[in-house]
Write a protein of this length. Structure first.
Length: 290
């Protein structure tokens, strides 16, 4: 399967296990794209300010034979992009400036969202997905954690789980969440939702949960490194968030898609049971409408 991935998709899939230097190389390569294929090993090393052996190790970490093999893949991927350049409009970067018009906003938002979701699907780990569903189904209790914008996503997930009769909780107060995490057991599951994966409270909460022996799951971005240390299972988004309005736009949509995937996976795992629960809840809600 990995051989069918583009160089960018391989980088995103492996990013969280790369070394600090390799991440520096990855960031540069993702930023300049096909231009790498026009550079020698020495030129690339000089541009990134790393050693030539570091770049070779980086390419091998992505399961390429070496730098030449990596460059060939970059060139191949660029050729594919050129062949499809007649498409209506390629990805529009979500960086706004004073020169932008109000009318340009809808197209930028939609195109960026589509690209973020497509990138997430390209690096999607189906084995981790199935393992996460199995863990949630087997859990006695599920705690979902999220701060800021991720908090609304966590609440959405818990609301979905409660609707189908799953024992799930969310605490808007982070301190209460951490206190609750301390009481988790080996039969429980803790799920942290965070785009950056580096928010101290989110990382600490998952660490607390892991120390109790609970199964830990992280829904985060492919560049997240801190929270991955305490996640038994990771589901990663592939979007590259911009600096204009960090962690509230494209990342939110990608994380919500992971939540919906898990919810539907759980529902389909025991369709009769969960749809019966859902029907009863829907009847209750409908009874509260005039």
């Amino acid at each position: 399967m990995e051989n069918n991935l583009s160089y960018a998709e391989r980088i995103k899939l492996k990013y969280h296990i790369l070394s600090k230097t390799e991440k520096k190389i990855a960031d540069y390569v993702l930023a300049v794209g096909f231009k790498v294929s026009e550079m020698t090993l020495a030129e690339l090393a000089q541009a990134i300010e790393v050693s030539e052996p570091s770049i070779v190790r980086f390419t091998k970490a992505l399961n390429f034979k070496g730098f030449s093999d990596f460059k060939a893949q970059v060139l191949k991927d660029w050729g594919k992009e050129e062949q499809t350049s007649e498409k209506p409009e390629k990805f529009v970067d979500l960086n706004f400036s004073q020169e932008d018009t109000i009318d340009s906003i809808p197209n930028k938002i939609i195109q960026s969202t589509i690209k973020g979701l497509e990138d997430t699907l390209k690096i999607f780990d189906y084995q981790a997905f199935n393992t996460a569903i199995e863990a949630i189904l087997a859990a006695d209790r599920i705690e979902v954690f999220g701060l800021g914008t991720s908090g609304s996503i966590a609440l959405d997930f818990v609301s979905k789980l409660i609707r189908i009769g799953v024992n799930a909780n969310y605490f808007a107060d982070n301190h209460l969440g951490q206190l609750s995490a301390r009481s988790l057991k080996k039969t429980d599951v803790a799920i942290a939702i965070t785009h950056s994966g580096s928010t101290i409270d989110a990382v600490n909460t998952l660490e607390i949960a892991q120390k109790t022996g609970a199964k830990t799951i992280a829904l985060t971005n492919y560049k997240a490194t801190h929270i991955s240390k305490f996640a038994d299972i990771e589901l990663l988004t592939g979007d590259h968030e911009t600096t204009f309005y960090s962690e509230t736009m494209i990342s939110r949509t990608s994380l919500l898609s992971l939540v919906d995937m898990l919810y539907m996976g759980i529902l389909l795992s025991d369709y009769e049971r969960f749809t019966t629960e859902l029907h009863q809840v829907n009847s209750l809600v409908e009874g509260k409408n005039y």
